[in-house]
Write a protein that binds this ligand. Sequence first.
Ligand code: NAD
Length: 253
Amino acid sequence: MEIKGKVAVVTGGARGIGRAIVERFAKAGAKCVIGDVAGFEEAAAELRSQGLEVIGVHCDVSNEDDAHNLMDRAVQEYGSLDIAVLNAGILRDGLLIKVDKATGKVAHKMPLSQWQSVIDVNLTGVFLTGREAAAIMAEQGHGVIVMMSSIARTGNFGQSNYSAAKAGVASLAMVWAKELSRYGIRVAAIAPGFIETPMVMKDMKPEALEMFKKQIPIHRLGRPDEIAQTAQYIVECDLVDATVVEASGGMHL
Ligand SMILES: NC(=O)c1ccc[n+]([C@@H]2O[C@H](COP(=O)([O-])OP(=O)(O)OC[C@H]3O[C@@H](n4cnc5c(N)ncnc54)[C@H](O)[C@@H]3O)[C@@H](O)[C@H]2O)c1
């Protein structure tokens, strides 16, 4: 699908990877809608000041009404919904259990709230926004859905909640590609490695980051625009469907 002239919704598009996707797609001539819980007005205003066609909408992807309203707003504002990038995500890392070395007794268990918060945004949020996008695209007879998984989908230490959610997202890409092709909708996921965004730079411990850098075959973190480039490839190449595209500099967990 050619990006020029199309309407693209990007969840979590106010910063990081999502922001890079909005910028790249808008520069390629798309009309973009940022759906985010924070910073969406500022991000949209800044991109508009560069002459790009972007609006910002409040959307908590884990809220059913917000998910519906976001996709609906794109159609109200620009007349269609051609591309949906389901990118919003959070990290709440922690071990399943911690055992006190001295006593051999379990000192901590991951609270249900920590598990649930990540599942709500990273998995249920993808389900809700993807469902709403698919409903509009099916009636139009065309569309591309790109969702953000992660190399953590194979199971990363300290990421029960995140890894499970990202494996779920990779699975949804397959299910939806099979179910939605009859309506002219393609679906694919991206599995980024470690990308230089606020999520990684702020939320990850510096020593963990250094350790991971050494393990990345290209010896550096990825840049947000490299994931945006991957998203552009998925949208533009009609042969890409029902797959997870890894963009990780060769890193596997
Ligand atoms: N950065 C990485 O190394 C990396 C690696 C693999 C996958 N990913 C995935 O890529 C996506 C983007 O990550 P990032 O690094 O740009 O993160 P980020 O934290 O820099 O940006 C995430 C954006 O999502 C928004 N957001 C958070 N909760 C939301 C909610 N409930 N509803 C709507 N928006 C919400 C935030 O406000 C923010 O703008 C995430 O799904 C993340 O899991 C990132």
